[in-house]
Design a binder for this molecule. Structure first.
Ligand code: BDR
Ligand code: CA
Length: 304
């Protein structure tokens, strides 16, 4: 049994990551924290709460976090996931989220569990993680791993030519987290661009006569036309079956200064790492996509 916390900005692929975790008995979800990203934090928080309730995980707390990134005055949202972040799909009544700021709760949760026992999955802008590290320097190193979806290493970005959305949305936080010394596994666009949702796989959710199956089918129909990639489910899937992925150690640095290349990752692999640039992450480079899709579909198939 692995203890995990998911920091997210649902977001339809975030929703799939949450449902995958909820439908996987090998994972015990300690908490979900939310951040401004795809949509403002009030929206991503309500979405996380609704999704967990729909999945029968009403006892998993949701803590709302940062309303804006560290380096910009406003959140840098996008409309890929629709105005409500879930493609206009009705996820049911919204219960209130739990008391307490996500960054504070992350510090408390990591401190309350034995060192290196909690897997921290981050699939939105990294603002909450950077705030937690500012509040309690060294706290991210207590996680067993940080599994981060973000960045574009050897491929172009998906928001600007230089940057992937999560790193573009808060490049200062991304650099702080990568420089934290935590045991980081990165799932950049390099690998998630191979996590392609096939039309038959999307259609297969229509066969599920369950609330989660119907919600997944409807969200995916809305999302796939704009972004057919299952980005955020990848780090959760790695925890369930790491043989799905291939990775490479590397040294990563984020261009955090405002400007055209903000959020760009300078990645050094192999011989490019020298005395001054030791590996600070394992970056995933390939995925067995058919097996990934099967894993996600099977887990969601077990939900109510
Ligand atoms: C990332 O950006 C968001 O739109 C997705 O939820 C994912 O976390 C992909 O670049
Ligand atoms: Ca996300």
């Amino acid at each position: 049994m692995r203890h995990i916390i998911i920091d997210c900005d649902p977001g339809i692929d975030d929703a799939l990551a949450l449902l995958l975790a909820a439908g996987s008995p090998a994972l015990e979800l300690l908490a979900v924290t939310t951040v401004a990203g795809n949509r403002p934090v009030a929206t991503t928080s309500v979405n996380a709460r609704r999704l967990l309730d729909l999945a029968g995980r009403g006892r998993v707390p949701v803590y709302a976090g940062a309303a804006r990134p560290l380096g910009y005055a406003e959140p840098r949202c996008n409309l890929v996931h629709g105005e409500d972040g879930v493609g206009g799909v009705d996820l049911g009544a919204a219960a209130p989220v739990q008391e307490g700021h996500a960054a504070v709760r992350l510090v408390e949760l990591l401190a309350a569990h034995p060192p290196h026992s909690v897997e921290l999955v981050a699939v939105g802008p990294l603002t909450n993680l950077a705030l937690a590290e500012s509040l309690a320097p060294g706290i991210l190193r207590r996680a067993r791993r940080l599994l981060v979806m973000g960045g574009a290493l050897r491929v172009p970005g998906n928001v600007t030519p230089a940057a992937e959305f999560n790193f573009y949305a808060d490049p200062v936080a991304a650099e702080m987290v990568l420089a934290s010394g935590a045991n980081t596994m990165l799932f950049p666009l390099d690998v998630t661009s191979s996590a392609i949702m096939s039309p038959s796989w999307i259609g297969s959710f229509g066969e599920l006569d369950t609330a989660c199956g119907r919600a997944a089918a409807a969200m995916l129909r809305a999302y796939a036309a704009l972004d057919p990639l299952l980005h955020d489910a990848c780090p959760v899937a790695w925890l369930l079956d790491e043989t799905l992925f291939t990775g490479e150690p590397c040294h990563l640095e984020v261009d955090w200064r405002p400007g055209a290349t903000a959020g760009h990752v300078l990645a050094r692999f192999g011989e490019m790492m020298d005395g001054g640039h030791q590996a600070n992450a394992m970056a995933m480079t390939a995925v067995r996509n058919d097996a990934l899709l099967a894993l996600v579909r099977a887990a969601i198939g077990t939900l109510p």
